[in-house]
Design a protein around this ligand. Structure first.
Ligand code: GTQ
Ligand code: FE2
Length: 330
């Protein structure tokens, strides 16, 4: 029998049975591939049009091909990705925000990011962290443009309504105490207040050569490939509190297992060539292409030549909330 009509909106009450509340999230959105050739051409053009002096950060955002709502600033679900370029001699002034960000350096030697007062070198292959609320600024003393990928958890902060932003310059009393990277030989002994009330990793730089050395010793995991996880030097857990970051090593003719989970993925092809099957779509990739795989898609990778993929997902956030779900088939 159809329920009777209850007219209670005037009291700011609504019968749940008349709403769409709690309906399951619709089926997976499509993945997308950005070809490096296009991205490089546009970011190079952007460098001629403006400067960080004018726009704070000279960044091209990777747009979500299927935005979930108006002004959706995500690239895929809970992740935002962008390409940034800094020319020799340029500076991008200091600021800080609640949003966590990582950078993976693609081109150009000799740029530096200063994170909470600590200078961090930016060279191709390096992964850098600017955990939420850490002051950061970029400058470039090299002689070729520095180009890198930014990945941020901005959509999560937006959804939670907790975005903060503070422009520099940094007042001395606002600078949290930090230790230089080399001081972490005894990570169980730390000055109080080192984490500024949050357990973010005090190590802001993961050079590529270290990653490759560890990857060489990594066993083949349940995914059917070798992978290393960028870890928080304080806790041994994930490098960032919301983002899981891994480097995958793929061998030709050794496809990864078909996998699905409720986290969103961004992949950067660091080197090599291959394909990624997402649902019934096949993406054929090469160096510095960027792929997104939104949550709940089945996917697997297959390399044509030895390949490395940087994988970033929001699975760490879901894990911490006990919301992460994953499965394999075949
Ligand atoms: O380099 O500080 O892609 O604040 C977006 C926001 C980069 C940065 C982005 C940012 C930055
Ligand atoms: Fe920033």
């Amino acid at each position: 029998m159809k329920p009777g009509k209850l007219d209670c909106a005037r009291a700011l009450l609504e019968p749940l049975w008349e709403t769409k509340a709690h309906s399951p999230t619709p089926g997976p959105r499509s993945g997308h591939q950005w070809h490096w050739q296009d991205v490089k051409a546009y970011i190079t053009e952007a460098a001629k049009l403006t400067s960080p002096e004018v726009v704070e950060r000279r960044v091209l955002r990777l747009m979500n091909p299927e935005p979930a709502f108006e002004d959706d600033e995500s690239t895929a679900g809970n992740l935002a990705a962008a390409i940034q370029i800094l020319l020799p001699g340029e500076k991008a002034r200091p600021h800080r925000h609640s949003i966590n960000a990582l950078r993976f350096i693609m081109e150009g030697h000799g740029a530096t990011t200063i994170v909470n007062g600590i200078p961090v070198a930016m060279n191709p292959g390096d992964l850098l962290l600017t955990p939420g609320d850490c002051w950061h600024e970029h400058y470039h003393d090299g002689d070729r443009p520095s180009i890198w990928l930014d990945v941020l958890d901005a959509p999560v902060h937006n959804a939670l309504g907790i975005i903060t932003f503070e422009p520099g310059p940094v007042a001395k009393e606002k600078m949290p105490a930090s230790l230089p990277i080399g001081a972490f030989k005894a990570p169980s002994i730390l000055p109080c207040g080192i984490s500024h009330g949050r357990a973010y990793s005090p190590v802001f730089s993961y050079p590529y050569e270290d990653v490759l050395r560890v990857l060489d010793h990594a066993p083949v995991g349940p995914e059917g490939l070798r992978a290393v996880r960028y870890a928080n030097a304080l806790t041994g857990g994930a490098a960032m509190s919301t983002l899981d970051i891994q480097m995958l090593g793929l061998e030709p003719a050794e496809p990864s297992r078909d996998y699905r989970c409720n986290a969103d993925f961004i992949f950067l092809v660091v080197d090599g060539e291959g394909t990624t099957q997402v649902g019934d779509e096949t993406m054929s990739w090469s160096k510095y292409d960027i792929l997104t795989i939104p949550r709940n898609n089945w996917f697997h990778h297959e390399a044509r030549s030895k390949a490395h993929l940087l994988q970033v997902s929001d699975s760490e956030m879901l894990r911490r909330l006990d919301l992460f779900e994953e499965s394999y088939r075949s």
